[in-house]
Design a protein around this ligand. Structure first.
Ligand code: AMP
Length: 577
């Protein structure tokens, strides 16, 4: 949402590239290969050639782990001629899949240009559907940054969004079109940042033409923060004085300068926030807002119901499909319900290939399946996305599963299906089956000396409260037959903590920043997992091949477990980083 400085005819460009998708993709691949054929990685496979068929035949499909040794070399100072001929100028730090460290995606000079074009195209689509909302008012967009880190050779590593906010000219865009002061966006204390962004958004409530956050979690966190702080915010608005706990000098200065005593405004906000029900609170507080823009597909779809409750009927725009690896797609029908959203992949952003995922023969090895080009995907088929970029990714598996839902001109449109392997996610944390298994395995060692064995476990991400948290169901059986044996609450709390300690860096850092609440273990009665199995079998799962799901997605299945809960335990503190 943040960048609108590209004033080209975006809709015309979208029509052209989606009509000439095949040529656009071919040309882009040729350019990438011609530029980088001499760099070490490609020359290993192509011997200096730039032929597409050779590229497809010889260059392997890779994951991040495969190319990490090359990335480490770049991070350590070999900035050019490793993956790309051009120099790598910084890294995008992705939120990671779930591993210990986030992924580091190389960025070359071309990437910021692509990013500008991408946001320009997105803004054109939004203006086509919602009019020139920047002329009608301001954007209340909750934006947060994380401090840069540096590689051993001094290259900066930052998230895509932080990188965008640090771009030249962003400060001007912010002051012209947003309610949040730049100082609040760059404040590293998320509570102070959130408070100041809400305060300025409330002070300018009659000017706000749209409400936004990159992903749905941040917006819901803002609403929860408002629930906890509205009286204090109103008191500040009434007196024109900023609370003393806002100690960040940038925030204090930026916000205080916009404040003057306004008892009338304070009263109107108090009347709205003081209502018993907060249904429709966004529309009530920001009556001129025309839409809410936030990604609410994929794992974020779990938040749609809550967002709808607060939105008061405002359109929920899930507009972009972006990753650190590439600016992939745009939703050309931003008024569509999140469940109906498809993203049109933009053929000028990266060279895309698609590895068919055959749900009927999941055991078929991926090596025997050939990826297809963008224009050759088939309707209703699921694919894993592969990206070849200007920044040194070649046939790189992003890890997302997409389903073809239609075409815009010659370009396919995709529904975001899932993150391959992620089973739990609340915010930017992504926990795979394997991660959860590892965490459970470590935690249960605490129980073994007490004579319990873990009969089964499963999990789900509970987002009914904000912030959400991981719930892990455990069925425990005393080794010595005594089924009434009491569980020691301290040991069980330690188990929760041990699991959290074992989870990935992003999870732990989200916990520290209170973006994820304490992990909970719910101990269920014996036999609960059998009842769960009966349920799935009754729904058609073959008994012989039944595997307890690592994560529960069915409400009926969840009810079975929840109705059998005997005790609940929570992690007593956030894990070490
Ligand atoms: P990161 O590289 O950390 O920014 O994370 C990018 C990942 O976020 C993508 O690969 C997707 O898994 C997910 N993502 C991005 N956009 C969407 C979207 N519109 N819907 C669902 N998931 C998304």
């Amino acid at each position: 949402m943040a960048n609108n400085r590209y004033e080209f005819d975006g809709m015309k460009m979208i029509e052209e590239i989606t009509t000439n998708a095949e040529q656009t993709q071919e040309q882009l691949l040729r350019q990438i290969l011609e530029r980088n054929a001499g760099a070490e990685y490609l020359s290993r496979y192509l011997n200096g050639e730039t032929d597409k068929h050779l590229f497809k035949k010889n260059v392997p499909i890779v994951t991040y782990e495969d190319i990490k040794p090359y990335i480490d070399r770049i991070a350590n100072g070999e900035t050019s001629n490793v993956l790309t001929a051009e120099s790598v100028i910084q890294f995008y730090r992705s939120s990671g899949t779930s591993g210990e460290n986030p992924k580091m995606i190389p960025v070359t000079a071309e990437i910021p240009n692509l990013r500008t074009i991408y946001f320009g195209l997105f803004t054109s689509v939004m203006k086509k559907h919602f009019g020139d909302f920047d002329k009608e008012g301001k954007r209340l967009e909750f934006m947060f940054t994380k401090p840069d880190t540096e590689t051993p050779s001094g290259l900066k590593a930052r998230s895509v969004s932080t990188s965008l906010y640090k771009e030249d000219g962003f400060r001007t865009i912010i002051s012209q079109h947003h309610t949040s002061p730049i100082e609040a966006i760059f404040c590293s204390d998320t509570s102070q940042s959130m408070y100041c962004q809400l305060l300025t958004g409330l002070i300018k409530r009659d000017e706000v033409a749209s409400v936004a956050s990159a992903f749905a979690t941040a917006l819901l966190r803002a609403i929860k923060f408002l629930e906890d702080h509205w009286m204090e915010l109103c008191s500040n608005i009434r007196s024109g004085q900023l609370s003393h706990w806002i100690t960040d000098s940038g925030c204090r200065h930026a916000v205080s300068s916009t404040m003057k005593p306004n008892p009338q405004l304070a009263e109107s906000i108090e009347n709205i926030c003081g209502c018993k029900s907060w249904e429709g609170i966004i529309r009530k507080l920001w009556p001129k807002a025309k839409f809410i823009a936030t990604i609410a597909t994929g794992v974020m779809s779990q938040y749609v119901e809550t967002l709808k409750f607060y939105s008061g009927g405002l359109p929920l725009v899930s507009g972009m499909y972006v990753s650190s690896e590439a600016f992939c797609g745009i939703n050309l029908e931003p008024r569509n319900e999140p469940s109906k959203v498809s993203y049109t992949l933009l053929p000028n952003m990266a060279y895309f290939e698609f590895l068919p995922i055959n749900k009927d023969t999941p055991t078929m090895s991926e090596e025997s399946i050939e990826p297809v080009d963008l224009v050759h995907v088939k309707l209703d088929q699921h694919y894993a996305l592969l990206v070849t970029s200007y920044a040194g990714l070649y046939r790189y598996k992003v890890g997302d599963v997409l389903k073809v839902t239609g075409f815009h001109n010659a370009t396919p449109q995709f529904q975001f299906v899932e993150r391959q392997n992620t089973i739990l996610s609340i915010d930017t944390d992504k926990t795979s089956e394997e991660d959860l298994l590892k965490a459970v395995t470590e935690a249960k060692t605490l129980l073994e000396p007490l004579g319990f064995i873990l009969r089964g476990y499963t999990s789900y991400a509970d987002t009914t409260s904000i912030p959400g948290h991981y719930v892990v169901f455990w069925e425990l059986k005393p080794k010595e037959g005594n089924n009434d044996q009491e569980l020691d609450p301290k040991t069980m709390a330690d188990c929760c903590y041990r699991m959290e300690e074992s989870l990935g860096y992003i999870y732990r850092s989200n916990r520290k920043q209170n973006a994820v609440a304490a992990l909970e273990i719910r101990v269920v009665k014996q036999g609960s997992f059998d009842a769960l199995m009966d349920f799935y079998v009754s729904k058609g799962a073959p008994m012989a091949q039944y595997k307890t799901p690592s994560c529960i997605n069915s409400i009926e299945a969840l009810n079975i477990l929840d109705s059998n809960v005997m005790a609940k335990f929570f992690s007593p503190q956030s894990p070490m980083l």
